[in-house]
Design a protein around this ligand. Structure first.
Ligand code: GLY
Ligand code: MN
Ligand code: MN
Length: 420
C-alpha cells in the first residue's frame, strides 16, 4: 500500500521542477466506450495515479506556482445520488479534503473557472501532451495567448523510473500472484484443451487473489502461433507435442508483472525443442546476471544478440561468423525485439530510455525491467533446419536493480526444463 505521505512527497518533488509562475494540469483518465451503453473497465491514468493514488474519473490535479510558492489543487466529481445509483459511490469534496494532503479541493465543474483565473498570472503551462483531445481543447481554449507549453509527462516519467520500497512491494505481490497462475497451468492436463481455457485458468488466479486485472492481454500461443509476437486470439486447440508460449501477468493495485514461460502441452520436450529452449534459457540467465547499476540496457541487448547468434551458429541455424551475422542483421527475423523494458505502473512503463541530452540512461538501484530473450522460427521458414521450424520460445523475468546487482523478482517461477 502506498500512503498519502508518499504521494505528497512525489507531488513536492515534481513541483520543485516546475518553472516560476507556472501552472500544471494533470487529468484523470476517462471511461472508454466498449459498445453501445457499455464501457471498458475503468483504468486510471498512470501519471495521475502516481501523483494521487486516486481511482476516480472526472478529476484533475493542478499545481499553481507563484514565484517559488506552490498551491496544489484537486478537482473531484460531485456526490450525486442518481449517478452513484448507477456507477457507485464517489469520494466527494469533503472526504477528498480529509484524505489528500493538498491545499484545496473543488468540484470538477469549477475547473474551467479556476483554470482561467490562474492562467492570468502564468508564463508556462505544463500538461501531459498525450492527454485526451477533449481536455487539450479545454486547455487551449483558455491559454491561447500563452507562449510556453511544457510536457509534464517528461518530469513524471523520469521520477517513475526509480521505484520506492512501497512500489517494489506491490510489484512483488503482482509477481507472486502471477507465479501461482503460471504454476497452475504448468500442472494442468492440457492436451485437447483450448488456449482460451488456459487463459481463463491464469486469469482466475489473478482475480481470486484480488488482482483487479491482467496487466496486458494474456498471450497463450501454442505451436507456430508462438512466433506471432502479440498473439492474443488464444483460440486454438492444444496439440500433443506442441509447446505453448504463455506471456501473462497480473496488475495488482496498479502495478504490473510481466512473465513469459514456454512449456509443453504434454510436459515432454522433443530434442529439437530442448535445443532452442536451453539456448534461450542460458542466454536469459547470463543476461540477468549482468544486471547492476551503471550497466546500459543496450549493452544487455547486444550481449543477448551475440549469445543467441553464437548458439544459432552452433545449432546450424545460421552460418558464418557471429559478428558479421549481427552486422548484417541476419538474426533479426529470429530475435526481432529488444531484451526488455521498464516495468511498473504500466507493463511497458512509461519511463524514458534516454536523458535530456539524448544519452542512454544507465541502470540504477530501484529500477525494474524485464529480461526476455527469445527465438522465433516460423513453420514456413525454409532457410532453417526442418526440425526447428514452428518452434517459438521466449523466457521472461522481472528484475529489480539493487545497490550492487539485481534481484530476480520472479526467480521462483519454474523455468528449468527438468522441472517443467
Ligand atoms: N507482455 C508484453 C511484453 O512482454 O513486453
Ligand atoms: Mn515484457
Ligand atoms: Mn511479456
Amino acid at each position: 500500500m502506498i500512503l498519502e505521505d508518499e504521494y505528497k512527497q512525489r507531488r513536492d518533488t515534481l513541483t520543485k521542477k516546475l518553472s516560476k509562475n507556472s501552472l500544471a494540469v494533470i487529468f484523470s483518465a476517462s471511461y472508454k466506450t466498449r459498445s453501445n451503453d457499455t464501457q471498458y473497465p475503468f483504468r486510471q491514468d498512470s501519471h495521475f495515479y502516481y501523483l494521487t493514488g486516486f481511482k476516480e474519473d472526472n478529476s484533475v490535479l493542478m499545481f499553481v506556482k507563484k514565484g517559488k510558492k506552490v498551491k496544489t489543487i484537486l478537482f473531484v466529481y460531485k456526490k450525486d445520488k442518481q449517478e452513484e445509483l448507477w456507477n457507485g459511490k464517489r469520494l466527494g469534496v469533503k472526504k477528498a479534503k480529509e484524505r489528500f494532503l493538498v491545499d484545496e479541493v473543488y468540484l470538477v465543474n469549477e475547473f474551467e473557472i479556476k483554470l482561467k483565473k490562474y492562467l492570468k498570472d502564468t508564463h508556462t503551462l505544463y500538461y501531459d501532451f498525450k492527454t485526451d483531445g477533449k481536455n487539450i481543447q479545454t486547455l487551449m481554449q483558455y491559454s491561447k495567448d500563452l507562449y510556453s507549453y511544457k510536457n509534464i509527462a517528461k518530469d513524471i516519467s523520469l521520477m517513475r523510473l526509480i521505484k520506492s520500497d512501497a512500489e517494489i512491494k506491490l510489484i512483488k505481490k503482482a509477481v507472486s500472484i502471477t507465479k501461482e497462475a503460471h504454476h497452475r497451468v504448468m500442472k494442468m492436463d492440457k492436451v485437447g484443451k483450448n488456449e482460451q481455457e488456459i487463459q481463463a485458468e491464469l486469469e482466475y488466479v489473478f482475480k481470486k487473489n484480488l488482482a483487479y486485472s491482467d496487466a496486458y492481454t494474456s498471450i497463450v500461443a501454442s505451436g507456430n502461433s508462438a512466433n506471432t509476437l502479440h498473439y492474443i486470439s488464444n483460440n486454438q486447440q492444444l496439440k500433443d507435442g506442441d509447446l505453448i508460449l504463455i506471456d501473462a501477468g497480473c496488475e495488482f493495485e496498479y502495478y504490473a508483472s510481466d512473465i513469459t514461460r514456454t512449456i509443453s502441452v504434454n510436459t515432454h520436450f522433443t530434442s529439437a525443442q530442448k535445443d532452442i529452449y536451453n539456448l534461450v534459457l542460458e542466454v536469459e540467465k547470463e543476461i540477468i546476471s549482468m544486471v547492476k547499476p551503471n550497466v546500459l540496457r543496450s549493452d544487455l541487448h547486444k550481449k543477448s544478440e551475440e549469445l543467441l547468434v553464437d548458439g544459432m551458429v552452433k545449432l546450424g541455424i545460421l552460418k558464418g561468423k557471429t559478428k558479421k551475422l549481427i552486422k548484417k542483421q541476419k538474426h533479426k527475423v529470429y530475435y526481432p525485439h529488444g531484451i526488455g523494458h521498464w516495468m511498473g505502473l504500466d507493463v511497458h512503463d512509461d519511463c524514458p530510455y534516454k536523458d535530456k541530452k539524448d544519452k542512454e540512461i544507465a541502470l540504477q538501484k530501484g529500477m525494474v525491467l524485464t529480461i526476455e530473450p527469445a527465438l522465433y522460427f516460423d513453420k514456413d521458414d525454409k532457410s532453417i533446419p526442418k526440425k526447428y521450424r514452428g518452434i517459438g520460445i521466449r523466457i521472461e523475468d522481472d528484475i529489480l536493480v539493487t545497490e550492487d546487482g539485481f534481484e530476480n523478482l520472479s526467480i521462483d517461477i519454474i523455468k528449468e526444463l527438468d522441472r517443467l
